[in-house]
Every structure is written in C-alpha cells, then in structure tokens.
Design a protein around this ligand. Structure first.
Ligand code: NAD
Length: 490
C-alpha cells in the first residue's frame, strides 16, 4: 500500500499543480468564467485537485469546435482514422497504471478491479478502430428500374455524458465508436470523477487526433450537462447514468429533436433454481454485487433463490459476505473500497433503516465502517418480499436483497416485477427451462450459468427504465450514423 501511495502522488502532481482543465479545439483551457470546483477523494475526504467548472459558454465553444472539425474527421482517410484510434489504445496501455491509480483515488474503486479497467478501455478503442474502415458500408438493392444503394454517414457532432462508476472504461465505450463512425464529440464527464477523463482526452490529443474532434468540458449536470443536451449543433446525446436523468435529458433535447441513446439504472435479478450448480451460482452472485463496490449498472442486486435450497444457500452467503475485505482502494488485498461520495453513502445506508422498517432482516453488514471516507460494510438483506423498496429500487452499493420463490412462474413474476430491465442471470441445469425462462425474462442482456462476461460484438443495453438503444458491434454505428438510400435510374 505504501509503495502504491507514493506512486499515486507522482501521478497526481500535475493535477494538483494545474487542476483539471477543459480541452476545447485542442487547447487545455480553464472555464471561461474562471470558476472551479473541488474534486474530493472518497478515501479520506481530502481535496485531490481543483476542476474547471464549465458552463454554457464553454459548452458552446466546445460544440462549435466539434462542428468546425466535423468535415475534416468525417472525410479523414479511413485507414488513417483506424491508425489514430489504435494509437489512442497504445497511449492508454502505456499509461494503464497511472489511469488505474487515479481512478481508485477519485472513485474509491479497488485496485484489483481498476487495474483491468484501463486495459479494457484500450480494447474498446482497438475493437472499434478495426471496424472504422467498414463503418460506411451498405448494400446494393436493385429493382427493375433503379440501382438502389444504401450507405451510412456519421450523424455529426455528438454529446457524450458519462457517470462516475468505472468512468474511464465507460467513456472509452461510448467515445471509441463515435470516433470510428466519423463523429466529433463533446464529452461531459461526471463531476465526481474528472481525472481519468482528462488523462484520456490528453492521450487522444497526443495520438494525433485533429483539434476539435474530441472536446472535454467538466462541470455539473444541471449546468454544463443540460446546455450540451440543448445545443443545436449537437445532433445526438449518448448518455450513461440514472433513469431519472435520462428522462430529464429527453425533455431537454426535445426542442432540438435530439437523438438519444440511454444506458440507465438496473435492479437485476440472479435467479437460482434448486437444480443449479450451487457453488458456482454462489461465487457468481457474490462477484456480481460485491465487486466494483456494487456500483455497477449490471450488478445482480436481487437474489431470487428457490425455497428448497434457500436456507443452505443463505448460510453460505452470510459467511462469505462477512469475509469480504473492505479497505483502502490502493491496497491490493481490498475487495470493497469507499463509495463515491458522502451523499451516495447516505443514500446507500438509508436503505438499512428502510429494510428494517419494511420487515426485512439484515443478515450481514448494515453499517458504516472506517473513521474517515465513505466506507460501508457489504450488506445482505434476507426475508425480503418482492414489493419492498429494497427489492424494487436501485441502491447502487454493495447491498444484496434475497427473495425466495417456490415455482418457476413465481420466479418469473418477481424477476419482471420491477421498473428496470437491464440484465438477468439464470442458474439451472435444465436447458429447456433456461430457454423458456430467458425468453420471458424482461432484460436486454441475460447470462445462463455465468456471471456477466462482456463480448464486444454483442448488443449491450437495457429494456424498460434501463435504457434506449444498444451499444456494441454494429449497433453502436446505428446510433452514431445516419442510414442513407440513393436510387440510380437504370
Ligand atoms: P447521474 O444520472 O446522476 O449522472 C450521470 C451524468 O449525467 C453526470 O455526468 C451528470 O453530471 C450528468 N447529468 C446530471 N443531470 C443532468 C442533466 N439534467 N442534463 C444533462 N446531464 C446531466 O448518474 P450517476 O449517479 O453519475 O451514475 C450512476 C447511475 O448510472 C446508476 O443509475 C447506474 O445504474 C447508471 N449506469 C448505467 C449503465 C448502463 O450501462 N446501463 C452503466 C453505468 C451506470
């Protein structure tokens, strides 16, 4: 830990000296108003650095820069576009440690998970770099009088608005396909985790991206974020965050008819039938809620377990949850670090009283820990009923709610009985049941006898209040591009 802390100081020194600036038209600039805000670490409540507090003027400058750069990037030779995106991936890989350490300090995520996040970000760039040359490909659809040609063109400058959970990886996931499609971007990262977004924009600049293709404006959602969603030069908004923010963005973008792509919240079920491999199901259920501090949209925050095996399963669960190591995010042994910020800690811990009042049992955790910082013990609620708030609302922390069921039909009703529909996890050895159940399960992504394993060509996204649109493979290009038809008389 001491060695990692020393390295962290080296990585952060630049930001402590200069603060986190915006990047507009290739220039590192402060906010036009001169305003800044403090970036606070959830580890010990200390101020990490100051951050440019962008507002309407900065968003306007960034949107104009993105508009001015659009024709150059749209027409950039495709082979060159591919090379620039690969160079960004090279830059990420060469600074992976710096990115991981800064992300841990900024967000409280444990190093054991963040050390891979930077490399996954590089993979995202490589994946879309390789697809960039084919992004415009279309079809020939001849009729008796016309040679019909379809092709795709990039939609124009787009706004990318990202949250604070795994912010580096998520930013690459949204931005890489936008650039591969030929769009220019204005990125507004979450106000609670600005450091790695600034490192990423710097890497892109150093990789030879033309000025104005990638603009970064820091600031708050209700100010910089809102202006971005309303700006007439911004043709689409790729947003990752809470469902209620998505709803606000849809309203804000209505006057300019914004195209939107939303990756929103979840209350994802992991459904364990009594014929499952219960040891593997237990490992996966624990991993999917207690890794990444439970601050992950795809976490399995509801465990639906068949009553015939529930007692034994819960006993093992309690024992394992009590053994999870909470600690400093830069300690390699840590499994759960501090939550992102004080208000979020208050939100997560407020569910302890809600659970008790509604009649659930706190079988593990249920309290804060540590003298400073935003630490909470991993928590397990049992005896929960499907209608309880802890079984309905996204808590977004290391908190699992266990609900028991008797029949497959009951499991399906409980699983689908929430507003969300992002992911689902089903554990059974009965293949016919797995096919039947997954067909009816309301979720955009489902894994059977597996935890969440991301495969980049597959569609990523949610149903119901969990989102609109899909990312991944060619689905990303459908959002960032316009389909065009041209008919030639023959
Ligand atoms: P949030 O909605 O509070 O903020 C996300 C971003 O939106 C931030 O950059 C914020 O500044 C900005 N924002 C806030 N109000 C805005 C407004 N009126 N106009 C424009 N921008 C605005 O979300 P959060 O708390 O940062 O992130 C956690 C949420 O993100 C959880 O609900 C989680 O499930 C969700 N999430 C979903 C996915 C997915 O793929 N479905 C992935 C990660 C996170």
């Amino acid at each position: 830990l001491q060695a990692n802390l020393a390295k962290l100081q080296d990585h952060l020194q630049r930001f402590r000296d200069e603060g986190v600036t915006n990047l507009i038209a290739g220039q590192a600039v402060p906010a036009r108003s001169g305003a800044t805000f403090d970036n606070v670490s959830p580890v010990d409540d200390s101020v990490i650095c100051s951050v440019a507090k962008g507002g309407a003027e900065d968003i306007d400058a960034a949107a104009r820069a993105a508009k001015d750069a659009f024709a150059e990037w749209r027409d950039f030779p495709l082979a060159e576009r591919k090379k620039v995106l690969h160079r960004i991936a090279d830059g990420i890989e060469s600074r992976a440690e710096e990115i991981a350490f800064c992300e841990c300090w900024d967000t409280g995520q444990a190093l054991r998970f963040m050390s891979k996040a930077a490399l996954r970000g590089a993979e995202n760039f490589r994946f879309f770099a390789d697809r960039a040359p084919a992004a415009r490909d279309g079809q020939m659809l001849p009729s008796s009088t016309l040679m019909n040609v379809t092709t795709r063109v990039p939609i124009g400058p787009v706004g990318v608005i990202t949250p604070w959970n795994t912010p580096f990886m998520l930013s690459t996931w949204k931005i890489a396909p936008a650039l591969a499609a030929g769009c220019t971007i204005v990125h507004k990262p979450a106000e609670f985790s600005p450091v790695t977004a600034r490192i990423l924009a710097g890497i892109a600049h150093d990789a030879g991206l033309p000025p104005g293709v990638w603009n970064l404006v820091n600031g708050f959602g209700e100010d910089a974020g809102k202006t971005l969603t309303e700006h007439p030069d911004i043709k689409a908004i790729a947003f990752v965050g809470e469902s209620k923010t998505g709803s606000m963005i849809m309203k804000q973008g209505a006057d300019t008819l914004k195209r939107v792509h939303f990756e929103l919240g979840g209350k994802n079920p992991v459904v364990v039938f009594d014929d499952a491999d219960l040891d593997r199901a237990l490992d996966a259920a624990i991993f999917m809620i207690y890794s990444l501090n439970g601050e992950r949209c795809t976490s399995s925050s509801r465990l639906l377990v068949q009553s015939s095996v529930a007692e034994a399963f819960k006993a093992k669960l309690v024992e394992r949850v009590n053994r999870i190591k909470v600690g400093h995010p830069l300690d390699p042994a840590t499994e759960i670090g501090p939550l992102i910020h004080k208000e979020h800690l208050d939100k997560v811990t407020s569910y302890f009283d809600i659970a008790r009042a509604d009649g659930a049992t706190i079988a593990a955790g249920g309290e804060r820990t540590g003298e400073a910082g935003c630490y909470v013990k991993p928590t397990l609620f049992t005896d929960a009923k499907p209608g309880m708030r802890v079984a309905q609302e996204e808590i977004f922390g290391p908190v699992l709610t266990v609900i028991e069921f008797d029949t497959e039909a009951e499991a399906l009703e409980i699983a689908n009985g929430v507003d969300y529909g992002l992911t689902g996890y089903v554990w059974t050895s009965d293949l016919t049941r797995a096919l039947r159940f997954t067909d009816k399960l309301e979720a955009g992504m489902i894994w059977v006898n597996s935890e969440n394993v991301r495969h980049l060509p597959t569609p990523f996204g949610g149903m119901k209040a969990s989102g609109i649109g899909r990312d991944g493979g060619d689905w990303s290009f459908e959002f960032y591009m316009e389909q065009k038809h041209i008919g030639f008389a023959t």
